[in-house]
Design a protein around this ligand. Structure first.
Ligand code: MV4
Length: 453
């Protein structure tokens, strides 16, 4: 691999440029008219404008991206996360143009993108799954019989959904009938596919995900878990590696299950298996993400692995070259997502010009961002513009270091999620590691957040 086109923007585009540079691989950035001043546009070897600000016409415009790749002699495309990263069709078109898609095969993306099929496949492979329907629900009769069988409350999920989209809770028969029809029509409108499946509700679970890498020769390894329970409206705000709720035995058990499932589909490149962990310590497969994730740095810091370089190496056809026993964690890492929005009960976006930017540093601190002082955050994209990551020898040190780093970080001109992160680092439940996916919404309802001094 000699020249990689990066089909993404922002911090992840820059993250990939940095990995390529260290590997002596040339980079082609693509950018929208709104991203001319982004560091990803400036730091790549070449930058190609692929359309206007609107994502559909630029970062989701497969035709323009492929034209840029062919015209500038790329031999591979890294899709990053979001955008075209989980499009089976895009992966297939890359193949057809003899461009290496840095990720799994189109068939794997398609299989795992169908959440009902993915669940059935993982169950057949021996991965524990949430009790529920085997695949999609055919009609109302099957729905009600199934719900009686597993017991209320239940969840309806869209096969084509994922990440919380098209999800409905039902506490009894009447709610279920209503939820079934609204879920189906919503899924039909959003995904052009009205298939839904049924699951038992897991109450106050933790969201734990296992990082996987697979090579083209059938070997799959895991890099432990990430704790992703601190989210609101399915937007993660803080992630950790490892989880305070997972000890060595559970880690090995979840890791083994994730490797078993990924091996069964001959998985290749980077992927993440999402699990729900209940209060009794039982875990259940939820879905598999076939991309590099936003929160990958916490795993990198603890396992001493450059996951983007591994993706590139594996996509080039190299074997993993190490065994599960060679993979050892060290210490603890926390990531705070820095968003251009005030995180409150009612958050509000705050794009605009960054008048002042002072970035923290020092031992164990990492800053991943495409912005700089004087840069204007455009209003068209996701509000996340930086990730602050702190590593410590243990969880307490990682939290203390994050507090120290957040104290150094100065951003003027826009509102950010920094006050939220500072308050969370002071919270006694967070410090104790006592929280589930319910925690954040409740915490925000109870907590007054004042702007950073
Ligand atoms: C669930 C669940 C409880 N029980 N499934 C949300 C994201 C999507 N991947 C699935 N989600 C959930 N599925 C069952 N059977 C609770 C959630 C859930 C959740 C999961 C992870 C992180 C935050 C969440 C917030 C609300 C609900």
């Amino acid at each position: 691999m000699r020249r990689v086109l990066i089909a993404n923007r922002g911090e992840i585009a820059l993250r990939i440029i940095r990995a390529c540079r260290e590997l002596n691989i040339e980079t082609i950035a693509v950018y929208s008219e709104a991203d001319q001043d982004s560091l990803h546009t400036k730091l790549a070897d070449k930058a190609v404008c692929i359309g206007p600000a609107t994502s559909r016409l630029s970062y989701l415009n497969a035709q323009n991206i492929l034209a840029a790749a062919v015209a500038h002699g790329a031999d591979a495309i890294h899709p990053g996360y979001g955008y075209l990263s989980e499009s089976a069709m895009f992966a297939e078109i890359c193949d057809a143009h003899n461009l290496i898609f840095i990720g799994p095969s189109a068939e794997q993306i398609e299989l795992l993108g169908d959440k009902a099929r993915a669940k059935a496949t993982m169950q057949a492979a021996g991965v524990p799954v949430v009790p529920g329907s085997k695949g999609a629900i055919q009609d109302e009769k099957e729905l009600l019989a199934m719900a009686e069988d597993i017991g209320y409350p239940v969840m309806i999920k869209a096969s084509a959904g994922g990440g919380g989209k098209g999800m409905r809770l039902a506490r009894d028969r009447d709610e279920l009938i209503k939820a079934y029809h609204t879920a189906r029509s919503e899924a039909s409108a959003a995904f052009g596919n009205d298939e839904v499946y049924l699951e038992k509700l897991i109450e106050s679970p933790r969201h734990i995900e296992v990082q996987l890498l697979g090579d083209n020769f059938g070997q799959v390894v895991h890099f432990g878990e990430r704790e992703c329970s601190l989210q609101r409206r399915h937007q993660k705000l803080i992630e950790e590696c490892p989880s305070a709720a997972v000890g060595e035995d559970l880690r090995n058990e979840m890791g083994r299950a994730a490797v078993l499932g990924a091996t069964a589909v001959n998985y290749r490149n980077a992927g993440t298996m999402e699990f729900l962990l209940d209060a009794s310590g039982k875990f259940y497969f939820m879905e598999m993400n076939t991309r590099i994730q936003v929160e990958h740095p916490v795993t990198e810091m603890v396992y001493g692995v450059d996951l983007i370089k591994e993706q590139i190496r594996l996509a080039s056809g190299e074997p993993l070259g190490y065994e599960q026993e060679d993979i050892r964690p060290s210490g603890h890492a926390i990531e705070c997502r820095i968003n251009a929005e005030a995180v409150r009960l009612k958050s509000r976006p705050s794009p605009g010009r960054i008048e002042t930017l002072l970035v923290p540093g020092g031992y164990g601190v990492r800053w991943d961002s495409h912005v700089y002082q004087g840069y204007t955050i455009p209003p068209y994209y996701d509000s996340m513009f930086a990730k602050l990551i702190a590593w410590g020898a243990d969880r307490d040190e990682a939290i203390d270091r994050m507090k120290r780093a957040l104290g150094e970080l100065t951003i003027a001109g826009i509102e950010t999620s920094i006050p939220f992160h500072q308050a969370m680092m002071e919270d006694s439940s967070f410090r104790a590691g006592r929280f589930s996916t319910d925690f954040l919404e409740q915490w925000l309802a109870e907590t007054e957040l004042s702007p950073k001094e």
